[in-house]
Design a protein around this ligand. Structure first.
Ligand code: DAK
Length: 258
């Protein structure tokens, strides 16, 4: 790590922090940035010293979407074969919790990136939108799907078809963000939340993330059957024995991730 040009990475105790860093292009998500972002996510995911990950931009912008300059002259075949969307899909395979810390604009692919994360901490200045309709396209990295599953059909229609923007407080009201905090605190708040997650039993955390995500992918019957299977699986871990012993002995558990 450390060789990236479009992102910055830092480690804060057990949390990996990734800062999107193309400030002059409003953190537009060009192919290089998406590649570096997914590489950094994979590296943190593979690092046993890291328990959770935060993705952020700067106070003014999280990300203003895919890079319009890069896409403007592309053909359908270029878009299909570019591998760009595969990078978005790779984010879904990260097993550790990812928090988006959003301040300022999260537009288009930037909003889709935030929605790909597991939790969103917003600053009071955060603004979310899918303005692709203004460019003669539609969202292509989950914006019509994740957004609709979260806010429902009618609001999603307005956001996707008519570029309705949501301010932070509205996003909170519609269940799109976990919390809204003053701009000077949003990153600290996201890091503190990530530290809490990183201190939890690693295998249970990983399986909990998978199980909640499964709810969005499947029927209730299938989802409940899946939950039961992975619930039983956790009784094969040392951490389950340790967690329950610690409770009974009135002490803090020492998680091994085994
Ligand atoms: N791409 C490239 N450059 C951008 C950009 C973007 N998305 N957004 C901003 N910039 C650049 C501007 O061109 C400008 O650069 P210079 O002219 O100074 O060189 C600089 O950032 C500052 O922008 P503004 O001058 O416009 O600043 P303002 O404060 O006036 O406005 C803004 C800020 C964020 C409201 C505005 O820049 C804006 O509306 N930006 C575009 C937002 C947008 O339309 N986003 C959606 C992009 S389309 C795919 C799946 C998904 C996608 C692609 C492919 N596959 C399945 C393959 C995703 C598509 C999108 O996200």
């Amino acid at each position: 790590m450390g060789e990236y040009q479009t992102i910055l990475t830092e480690v804060h105790e057990r949390v990996g922090l990734i800062r999107l860093n193309r400030p002059r292009a409003f953190n537009a998500l060009n192919a290089q940035l998406m590649q570096e972002l997914t590489d950094a996510l994979s590296a943190f995911d593979a690092d046993p010293a890291i328990g959770a990950i935060v993705i952020t931009g700067n106070e003014k912008v999280f990300a203003a979407g895919a890079d319009i300059k890069e896409m403007a002259a592309a053909t359908a075949a270029d878009m299909l074969t570019s591998g760009y969307i595969d990078l978005f899909d790779r984010i879904r395979t990260v097993s550790k919790p990812i928090i988006a810390a959003v301040s300022g604009w999260a537009l288009g692919g930037g909003f889709e990136l935030a929605m790909t994360c597991d939790m969103i901490v917003a600053s009071e200045t955060a603004q979310f939108g899918q303005p692709e309709i203004n460019l003669g396209i539609i969202p292509g990295a989950g914006g019509t799907q994740r957004l609709t599953r979260t806010v429902g059909k009618y609001l999603a229609m307005e956001i996707v078809l008519n570029d309705r923007r949501l301010k932070a407080e509205e996003a909170l009201r519609f269940g799109l963000v976990n919390r809204v905090v003053p701009v000077e605190r949003y990153l600290d708040e996201a890091l503190a939340l990530a530290q809490q997650l990183a201190a939890r039993a690693p295998l249970a955390l990983r399986i909990a993330k998978e199980a909640v995500n499964r709810a969005l992918e499947t029927s209730l019957t299938e989802g409940l059957a899946y939950e039961r299977r992975v619930f039983y699986l956790l009784f094969a871990t040392d951490d389950q024995k340790e967690g329950m012993a610690a409770f009974l002995e009135k002490r803090q558990p020492q998680w091994q991730g085994k």
